[in-house]
Design a protein around this ligand. Structure first.
Ligand SMILES: NC(=O)c1ccc[n+]([C@@H]2O[C@H](COP(=O)([O-])OP(=O)(O)OC[C@H]3O[C@@H](n4cnc5c(N)ncnc54)[C@H](O)[C@@H]3O)[C@@H](O)[C@H]2O)c1
Length: 249
C-alpha cells in the first residue's frame, strides 16, 4: 500500500507508539490522519505536531471501549475522508496490585481496551472499507507478551495473546476483500506505559527485564508497523520486535 494520499485512523494516538505511528503516517504523505485518544489534550498535541509539519490531522477525544462512539467516529471518518488504514493501538497494562489481588474492574478494563476494543475497531473499519470496496490495511499493536507467558502480568499477556490470534485468524480477509490485518509485537518500549507498572515508576520486574533486554524507541517500533501497512504481501502476519534499537542497555 502506498500511504501517500491515504486516510488513516489511529487509536491511543496521544502518546508513545500511537503518536509515533501517527507522525510517521503523516510523514509518509497520508492525506488525513485521525488521532484519537481518551486523553483529548494529548491527541491535540499529536495533531499539532503533525500540523507543524504542514500535514493534516484531526484530534479526537475517544474512549475505545465506548462501542457506539468508536463506530460513529470510524463511520464519520470513512464518510468524510475515506478510510484506508486503521491502527488499533490503544492499550493499558496492569499496575499494582498485581494478579490475583488486581481488582475485577481493572481486569475487565484491560480486556475491554486490549482485546474487545481492538476487535471492535477492526470490525467497524473492515465494514467501512468493504462498503467502499477498495481494500485497506489494519494494524494491531499486540506485544511480545502475546507470545511469551509472564507471571508478572498474566491478564495483560492473555489479552495480547488473544488479539494476536484474532489477527492471525483474519488472514483470509486479504483474499476475500483485499483488507490486510497485521500486528506488531514489541518488546519493552520507552513510553509512559512503563511507569504505570509500579504505580508511578517501572515495577521491579520490569526494571529487571529492561536491564536484561534493553529498551526500544517508539519510533523504531512504529517504523516496523508502517512497514507492515506498506507491504502488500503481509496478511495475518506479525512482527516480533526485540531490542534491535535499544536506547539504554
Ligand atoms: N511500551 C511497551 O513496552 C509496549 C510493549 C508492547 C506493546 N505495547 C502496546 O503498545 C500500545 C501503545 O502503548 P504505549 O506503550 O505507546 O503506551 P502509552 O501509555 O504511551 O500509550 C497508550 C495510549 O492509549 C491511550 N488510551 C488508554 N486507554 C484508552 C482508551 N480506553 N481509549 C482511547 N485511548 C486510550 C492512552 O491515553 C495513551 O495515550 C499498547 O497497546 C501497548 O499494550 C507497549
Amino acid at each position: 500500500m502506498n500511504i501517500a494520499g491515504s486516510s488513516a485512523f489511529v487509536t491511543g494516538a496521544g502518546s508513545g507508539i500511537g503518536r509515533a505511528l501517527s507522525l510517521l503516517l503523516a510523514d509518509r504523505g497520508a492525506r488525513h490522519v485521525v488521532v484519537a485518544d481518551i486523553d483529548e489534550t494529548a491527541a491535540e498535541e499529536t495533531a499539532r505536531l503533525i500540523a507543524d509539519n504542514g500535514d493534516r490531522a484531526h484530534a479526537l477525544g475517544l474512549d475505545v471501549t465506548d462501542n457506539e462512539a468508536l463506530e460513529a467516529a470510524i463511520r464519520d471518518t470513512a464518510a468524510t475522508h475515506g478510510l484506508d488504514i486503521m491502527a488499533n493501538n490503544a492499550g493499558i497494562i496492569g499496575g499494582p496490585p498485581a494478579f490475583p489481588a488486581m481488582t475485577m474492574p481493572r481486569i475487565e478494563q484491560m480486556i475491554a481496551v486490549n482485546l474487545t476494543a481492538m476487535i471492535a475497531g477492526s470490525k467497524f473499519a473492515i465494514e467501512q472499507m468493504q462498503a467502499r470496496g477498495h481494500g485497506g490495511a489494519i494494524l494491531i499493536t499486540a506485544s511480545r507478551a502475546s507470545l511469551v507467558p509472564s507471571w508478572a502480568d498474566p491478564v495483560y499477556t492473555a489479552t495480547k495473546a488473544g488479539i494476536l490470534m484474532f489477527v492471525r485468524s483474519c488472514r483470509e480477509l486479504a483474499a476475500e476483500c483485499g483488507i490486510r490485518i497485521n500486528a506488531i509485537c514489541p518488546g519493552v518500549t520507552a513510553t509512559g506505559m512503563l511507569a504505570l507498572t509500579g504505580g508511578d515508576q517501572a515495577a521491579d520486574w520490569l526494571k529487571e527485564k529492561m536491564s536484561r533486554e534493553g529498551i526500544m524507541t517508539a519510533e523504531h517500533v512504529a517504523g516496523i508497523g508502517i512497514g507492515l501497512i506498506e507491504d502488500d504481501g503481509k496478511a495475518g502476519d506479525y512482527a516480533l520486535i526485540e531490542n534491535s534499537a535499544p536506547i539504554a542497555a
